[in-house]
Design a protein. Structure first.
Ligand SMILES: [Zn+2]
Length: 269
């Protein structure tokens, strides 16, 4: 992802060359693209007077920022789109940049008041943080680490359908890492809780930012060494073993870590 260099510090806050405009959980797009190389003229005043802007980093060597508008403006030729609708539609670096923009805006909106003492927070001058003026609690954008694992048994892999998605695809298992746990322990715990299986060896595949709403996915292939397949029926509606040459026709797209885990496993045959 060399197109984009994220900025950890908010200063210096340069003039933006690239713009992303967010409002009410959606992104302003033109021709399906969320990254604008200039603001629409009719939006300049609204951005100057009503928006909160955040520096995101450099896109192809030029400063890029996000503007948050409290209400959406209808502009001819533009449309407001949800982030999920851009997955697999725009180039991957653009998608993750748009995801970063959404997460920074959500963090800013969600931490206007201190969670400890309830008073108003203010933006830190240098760091990407909101700080309470009373008790000095600092809140940075929060990322939740999650494991995503494809359980394997020789030439077979376990694919599951999740209860909370209607028309859900067969996909890998996943879960949040609990406080005090490392990633491999989370793989073992989630596999046991969700489908009753015990994990022997694991193989780390890679990580991926997942901006729905703010996870870091950590991907593993995990070989099963025991237990009895028992989907928990709460999160997992159904789980089945598939030979690597006979996985379902529709699996998660290659842009997702679950899709990459499944394709990697198929390719190991
Ligand atoms: Zn406070």
């Amino acid at each position: 992802m060399t197109d984009f260099f994220p900025a950890g510090r908010v200063l210096p806050h340069p003039v933006f060359h690239w713009h992303i405009v967010v409002s009410q959980g959606e992104i302003l797009c033109v021709g399906g693209r969320p990254l604008l190389n200039e603001l629409p003229v009719s939006l300049v005043e609204a951005v100057d007077t009503q928006s909160v802007s955040h520096y995101l980093g450099e896109w192809r060597g030029q400063a890029c920022g996000v503007h948050y508008l409290s209400s959406q403006v209808d502009l001819p030729g533009f449309e407001w789109r949800g982030l999920r609708s851009l997955l697999g539609v725009v180039d991957e670096p653009v998608f993750f940049l748009a995801g970063r923009a959404m997460q920074v805006v959500d963090w800013d909106l969600d931490h206007q008041f201190c969670g400890r003492c309830g008073l108003k927070t203010e933006l830190h001058l240098q760091d990407r943080a909101r700080v309470c003026s009373q008790c000095h609690l600092a809140v940075y954008p929060r990322i939740s680490p999650c494991v995503i694992m494809l359980l394997t048994r020789g030439d077979e892999c376990l694919l599951a359908r999740h209860s909370h998605h209607r028309h859900s695809l067969y996909t890998a298992l996943a879960g949040f890492i609990e406080p005090g746990e490392n990633a491999e322990q989370a793989v073992a715990r989630e596999a046991y809780e969700e489908v009753g299986l015990k994990i022997g060896s694991t193989r780390y595949l890679g990580t991926q930012s997942w901006p729905f709403p703010g996870q870091l996915m950590i991907g593993y292939l995990a070989e099963v060494c025991g237990g009895t397949l028992t989907p928990d029926q709460d999160e997992i509606m159904e789980a089945r073993w598939f030979h690597r040459n006979r996985v379902p026709d529709i699996i998660p797209p290659a842009e997702t870590l679950s899709g990459q885990l499944i394709r990697t496993f198929i390719g190991m045959g």
